[in-house]
Ligand binder design. Sequence first.
Ligand code: PEP
Ligand code: MG
Length: 947
Amino acid sequence: MSDKKWVYLFDQVDEAEERAGDWESVRGLLGGKGANLGEMTRIGVPVPPGFTVTTEACIVYQDDQIFPEGMWDQVMASMRAVEEKAGKKFGDPTNPLLVSCRSGAKMSMPGMMDTVLNIGLNDETAKGMIELTQNARFVFDSYRRLVQMFGSVVLGIPDEAFEDELDSYKAAKSVQSDTDLDAEDWKYLTEKFKAVVKKEMGFDFPQEPEKQLELAIKAVFNSWNGKRAVDYRRRAGIPDDLGTAVNIQTMVFGNMGWDSGTGVAFTRDPGSGEKKLYGDFLLNAQGEDVVAGIRNTEPISQLADEMPDVYRQFEEITLNLENHYHDMQDVEFTIEKGKLWMLQTRSGKRTAKAAIKVAVDMVNEGLIDRKEAVLRVDPEHVDQMLHPQFDPEIVEEARNDNRLLASGVNASPGAAVGQVYFDADTAEKMAHEEGQDVIMVRPFTKPDDVHGMLAAKGILTSEGGATSHAAVVARQFGVPCVVGASMMSINLEKRELRSNGKVIKEGDWISLDGSSGEAYIGKLDLTTPDLEEQKELMTLLDWADENSRLEVWVNADYPADAIRARSFGAKGIGLCRTEHMFFEEERLPHVEKMIINAEEAQKLIDIAERLEASLETGRFEGRPLTDETRKMVEAELAEAKAALEGSKAVKAYYEALDVLLPLQRGDFYGLFEAMDGLPVIIRLIDPPLHEFLPSQEDLLVDVTTMRLKGEKDGLEEKEILLDAVNRLHESNPMMGLRGIRLGIVYPDIMRMQVRAIFEAASEAAQKGFVVYPEIMIPLTGHINELKSVQPELEAIAKSVMAEKNVNFNYKFGTMIEIPRAALTAGEIAEVAEFFSFGTNDLTQMGFGYSRDDAERNFLFTYVDKGILPVNPFQVLDRKGIGRLMELAVKEGREVRPDLEVGICGEHGGDPSSIEFCHLVGNNYVSCSPFRVPVARLAAAHANIKNS
Ligand code: PEP
Ligand code: MG
């Protein structure tokens, strides 16, 4: 027989720690809840006795749905120990022990898995309990709860089957609230519920306590792979192979009368981070009444009036817990006949704002150090701080216009505007399939609604409090949310809501303010918050920078972006996509002119250059020049020069370049000014030229229509454009004439850009700005490409500096975005002074997935089916694409030890990808302006976690 330990009593946490090694591993073994129950027991907090079945048992169970060998015996032995401590016996009709059975994974997954309470009650023990408590109402209320939970959780009977019985009974008796029902009512309903089980399952509700327990543990194990738990894990990035522990704990009852109660609380305000107890409680109730948000709860401060001694003890315990765990706690408690029991403590979920405030406050209170504070805030939380808000004036206006629809609890901050849908499936469908902005409106939410909540821009409920399901889930994922807007009456059948004299139908627009707890009809304008105002975040980001090795740069094309990014803490521009400026309306005609004439002009230029080179080298077509051939070449050159002189195409080509040069110079000047003292990487033109021309289809339609109608005006221009588009057409433009290839085929475009950059930098330098231009050549795949392009561009740089009589440092480098470039990085680093990983293209070409089409066609299916863990265009694929990067950094630095390495693909703003960039030794990551604060924090996380 296996002697492996599958079960730990709460007071055996020392033993678990000895075996697991460290606390993190204890949490892995016993789950977060189990570990905390053990820890609370260890530090003397009043916790009802119990034990934890390990996550390892859950994992073994998943193989063939059989408990691992020896586990059940250990459960029974532990039960005996608990009986001893509780002074009651499981299944003993005279003094029965009742237990709860709850899931508890390593990472908290609130409400995602199953719970069964009051296990151990049956017809016999119920009688015994009545004898003991002299409270038949309480006993039958507990018994019917067991039948209902067991029925729905363990046996899979729809909850409605029980709720309908209860509702129709209440309706028949004309009572509103559950508290109006008496012992006889609950006794009757218990029988009714048992009949529901019999009807739905064909067998009786199991009377044997051990059977109840066995099936409940199995149900919790199975719930690990239930749809809602799996969905939640996908979203929260929790691995599937952790498993859940199961906690079996002595029941204590908050529904034993008005000297009993139950509640949940946070040791600080999870919305604002303010240091004060925050939560709700209910007298004469069980836990799920509070969490489900079905009965309206009292604020925790009220407990001070109702039970001052208990409240004082509660304050003391929660303060101790915070001091012990050095973190804000989320606790559950029950008062049974005036005695306080703590059922659970865990690190409290909080809004972004609260996470930042609590972290900074705790450093100031001496509870944690700066590094820890930095780690306490999820980089994605920072993103929430940058979420749109409503301008107070606009809100005021809406209020004055009588557009207030409802107000409730401000459960999760941020503003959202969207169309109303009344159930999770429709909300998800409208968001994902129709691309709508959705506000999901429900009386209250349940874990089954999570997919709709995640798809929604905002969530609004008519019931529930600050700790209800809707509030907790929305806060975690940063979805703006208002709960308990009780003035609303929602008619799910008619698909409408009535509130404050207004009627909202499904599909109507509303605006939701999760920060103020209000909803308005129609659309209110959203504004973006000013980061400068968020002092605590600034402090935290400064601490993050102190603890980072990677710098964070920005992808910015315009001075306004650069200025914003700099205020967000960017330390350079990692990518300016110069071609973006070509798309501006007044420039496009010149860009078109340049493109249309490029080919013909270049042909003539090439002929003349070839002949000139021939005279210079004294060779023609591989042979030394003779007198005769020299004469011929000279004659041809004269002819070619004449052709160049007289060519309309050449004239038009250079005219266009001459117009574009000062415009680009102006663009770049603004960047150098904005980034005074910091590096600015400017990438030379990258996309295929046809992207700057109108679409082939549109032109064809225009030209055909004009021809048919006999319209002459403008026809020739359109025909010339169409001709150019046809000539430039490629089957795979992403792999066609773009990037450095353009620089080789039409060199004057990049020459113009380099001249513009150095003229701008010179001008800025002359005005006293400190400039560090870095010229980035895109799409290099072979060293010879770079050798052909870079020296010549450098010569232009030098000549401009000489002309302007200024000197400053600059670099020439390349993007590494073609797998071959990564694989030959050693060669490339001989020429390139810096690398910047273009992971958008590197992913495209590394996977062979078209970045324009894959997400639309198959990539989401791949992720849904688990073929890929995530979308590789969002989160860097470390194993494949990352390997190319690692190799490139290593081999590049072998040749050029001071090689500067960055990343400018979209991954530069993704925390996991940023960590990888840290690990491979990048100097910086570059991302969009709004991601800069997120990336700063992620860079610090990467450094702290890996050092
Ligand atoms: C890249 O490929 O990652 C990149 C930054 O360039 P672009 O997205 O412009 O192709
Ligand atoms: Mg690219």
